[in-house]
Design a protein around this ligand. Structure first.
Ligand SMILES: N[C@@H](CCC[C@H](N)C(=O)O)C(=O)O
Length: 321
């Protein structure tokens, strides 16, 4: 019998499959089909499948398969949940996890609330270069605080890869309609972001306090996007120094709850450091025959719910007061 988990970070929901426990690992096609099926049809769906593989230099390797079957370079909310899984599996509180572009330092953080375990993860590498996103707009080599009327009139945009691609705009109030339209446009066939982009709109609430909503590439609207909130925090620190206190963490609210980020700026902005701290909640444990996993047959799964979601809901009620 094989096992997998349903988890979330700020209600950005995933399934975690630890392939190191299987007799035979799934092929890339099997993983893609499984991700699409799980995210569409299982336990009210999810935004992606996080796959744990063996790593040579780290405690484990994380792969991120989006709900549409595409593979992403990184996932911040997902990395927190994978960190918790590996931390409990190997009884370690500080270690590295291999991701597509880098080995990232992660550590257990103080609980966010009673019954809400939290992890702190490094978000890296950072690049503003057009080829690293990639994007194409006029002859721009970087897009930082640029008016782009083709996206939306009177709104400025910044693009940064961490290393998955993000487009960020600060607005007086988030319009879900405009975010959805722009997210769809830039994730369909388009001349600006040929590989798509995660689009975030952010509202500045106070010093070191922002709200971020994201339309994710390969998914659509999410409750929260960890790399999106980290990338937005970096752009916030660069563009709004009057509202940024570098000695403190930034509180980032999102439709699924709240996380903290820590931005350490460097004079070369690509050498700045980013950390994302937030909940790592396990909601369900699922048993399945290994052959059913390979055959993408989810009809005979056995699901056990944990009690963690009640604690997470209590945390959300607490921060909303
Ligand atoms: N939800 C994630 C990001 C997942 C990947 C994204 N959809 C992409 O294709 O880049 C996060 O928490 O960072």
């Amino acid at each position: 019998m094989a096992k997998f988990l349903k988890v979330h970070g700020s209600e950005n929901k995933f399934f975690i499959l630890d392939q190191t426990l299987l007799k035979k690992t799934l092929t890339d096609d099997e993983l893609k089909r499984l991700a699409i099926n799980l995210c569409e049809n299982t336990l009210n769906g999810a935004d992606g499948l996080l796959v744990i593989d063996v790593s040579e230099n780290c405690l484990g390797k994380m792969r991120v398969i989006n709900a549409d079957g595409s593979e992403a370079k990184m996932c911040g909310n997902g990395l927190r949940t994978v960190s918790r899984y590996l931390s409990e599996k190997y009884q370690l509180n500080e270690f590295k996890v291999e991701t597509m572009e880098s080995d990232l330092a992660v550590s257990k953080a103080p609980d966010f609330y009673e019954g809400v375990p939290a992890f702190s993860v490094e978000i890296s590498p950072i690049s503003f270069k057009k080829d690293d996103l990639p994007f194409s707009y006029k002859n721009m080599k970087e897009m930082i605080n640029q008016l782009v009327p083709e996206f939306l009139p009177d709104q400025s945009f910044s693009a940064v890869a961490v290393p998955n691609p993000h487009l960020i705009s600060f607005v007086p109030e988030v319009s879900k309609l405009e975010l959805g339209d722009l997210g769809q446009k830039l994730n369909g066939k388009n001349e600006y972001f040929p590989e798509g982009v995660n689009v975030s709109f952010s509202q500045i609430l106070d010093t070191n306090k922002i709200f971020v909503q994201t339309y994710e590439r390969g998914v659509g609207f999410t409750n929260a996007c960890g790399t999106g909130m980290s990338a937005t925090s970096l752009i916030f620190a660069l563009l709004h120094p009057d509202k940024f206190d570098p000695t403190k963490e930034i509180t980032v609210y999102n439709p699924g709850g709240m996380v903290k980020t820590k931005v350490t700026l460097n004079s070369d902005k690509e050498l700045s450091k980013l950390r994302l701290i937030g909940n790592a909640t396990f909601t369900h444990e699922i048993d399945i025959e290994e052959t059913d996993l390979h055959n993408n047959n989810l009809r005979n799964i056995n699901v056990v719910e944990t009690n963690e979601e009640n604690d997470y809901k209590a945390f959300v009620t607490y921060i909303s007061k």
